[in-house]
Design a protein around this ligand. Structure first.
Ligand SMILES: Nc1ncnc2c1ncn2[C@@H]1O[C@H](COP(=O)(O)OP(=O)(O)OP(=O)(O)O)[C@@H](O)[C@H]1O
Ligand SMILES: [Mg+2]
Length: 371
């Protein structure tokens, strides 16, 4: 448990944090959110004593953190920052085991930790352990940053906008991974973001800060139902209306779709189309990831060529949406852009389903008139 009591911080005459009081229960995923400059990073850095308050006290498990030796305190708290902060001249394995080595764990134990953690995020040891940060993508580096923070199994992990610099897809995947790790390892995580989407999907508790004060502490549901002020309401924005009877993409999704591998023959696909009365087929690669569609027009146009498979005819032209998008995104694509259907993808690029005009109309009809 972490407790702030009357914590105040000022730089000169500038009051950065004004009399913060709150408590965080063990094992919770807590999001600190608020406008830029409201004091989120400052609050976080006080927990591992990178910054000391001017007045007030902070307790971890009822122990005043001022009475804990600083290095010992920091080793018991994992820390992930936005700029990743991997050591560039150390391999992945060395980066992950920094703290365990500081703690003088035997070498076998360090190796075992590296193995186990890499396995948890599906990065095979053989493939990644000996790579240097510069040999990996931003998302992979950030995964290692998260693993490093977990390596000595600290009960508390602080994360300061860890995924802010990543593209939305990688971000969604890492959010899911962190949430899974947190549940599995039962950590207390304090996670800073200014993205409400991220907050709602991850948090057990959201602490909303504004100008160095706490504006509201609540679960995502409570906050959605009862935002304490207009600023919070505007941060919640579109989510508020979505609150009760949400029409998400999944309400419209047709999931019984047929898809074919790109290695299938032309004739086979033409037959499939005729059999199912469709004029396009969804095409996937050997890992079941979406590649595009092949249409009967395209097949006709190339009928004089001797093609071994449909691979050269696959086009990525259908409108696409992510399963995490709002339903409205799909409407716009179908109605405004006039597509036949929207291909809805999972974060790992596999096909979640499609939204057609008729599946959308049916779902809307049942929302309006009931089943
Ligand atoms: N060392 C410092 N000296 C003076 N002022 C500082 C110092 N560090 C931070 N501040 C000020 O304290 C306030 C809070 O900063 P903090 O970094 O905690 O904000 P934040 O909520 O994390 O913002 P962001 O979302 O932009 O990261 C800001 O107004 C900042 O300018
Ligand atoms: Mg910050």
């Amino acid at each position: 448990m972490i407790r702030f009591e009357h914590v105040t911080k000022q730089y000169g005459d500038n009051v950065i944090l004004n009399d913060l009081n709150f408590e965080i229960e063990e094992g919770k995923f807590v999001i600190l959110i608020g406008p830029s400059g409201c004091g989120k990073t400052t609050t976080l850095k006080m927990i591992n004593r990178l910054i000391d308050p001017n007045s007030g006290r902070i307790y971890i498990d009822d122990k005043d953190i001022n009475t804990i030796d600083k290095p010992a305190l920091r080793r018991s708290i994992g820390y992930v920052i936005q700029q990743i902060g991997l050591f560039p001249n150390m391999t992945v394995a060395q980066n992950i085991s920094v703290v365990p080595r500081l703690l003088k764990y035997p070498k076998e134990k360090c190796d075992q930790i590296v193995h186990e953690l890499l396995e948890m995020v599906n990065m095979p040891y053989e493939q990644y352990a000996h790579k240097y940060p510069s040999e990996m993508s931003g998302g992979q580096q950030q995964r290692i940053g998260v693993l490093r923070a977990l390596a000595a199994s600290p009960p508390i992990v602080l994360m300061d906008e860890p995924f802010g610099a990543l593209d939305p897809m990688t971000r969604t995947v890492l959010q899911e991974e962190v949430k899974k790790l947190q549940r599995k390892l039962n950590k207390t995580i304090i996670f800073v973001t200014h993205d409400m989407e991220e907050a709602i999907s991850l948090a057990d508790v959201i602490i909303f800060m504004d100008k160095g004060e706490i504006a509201q502490i609540a679960s995502p549901e409570e906050m959605l139902r009862n935002p304490a002020n207009d600023l919070i309401r505007s941060f919640l924005g579109k989510h508020i209306h979505d609150n009760n009877e949400t029409l998400t993409i999944s309400s419209f999704l047709r999931t019984n779709i047929f898809k074919v591998g790109a290695d299938r023959g032309i004739l086979e696909c033409t037959e499939l189309m005729a059999l199912h009365g469709v004029d396009t087929l969804l095409v996937t690669d050997s890992d079941d990831r979406y590649l595009g569609t092949v249409s009967i027009e395209e097949i006709n146009e190339h009928s004089h060529e001797k093609l071994d498979s449909i691979a050269p005819l696959v086009r990525r032209v259908m409108p696409e949406a992510s399963i995490t998008d709002e339903a409205k995104a799909c409407f716009d694509k179908l109605l405004v852009k006039g597509g036949n259907y929207v291909v809805v993808l999972n974060p790992d690029q596999t096909i979640a389903g499609i939204v057609t005009r008729s599946s959308m109309a049916r779902a809307l009809a049942s929302a309006v008139w009931g089943d």
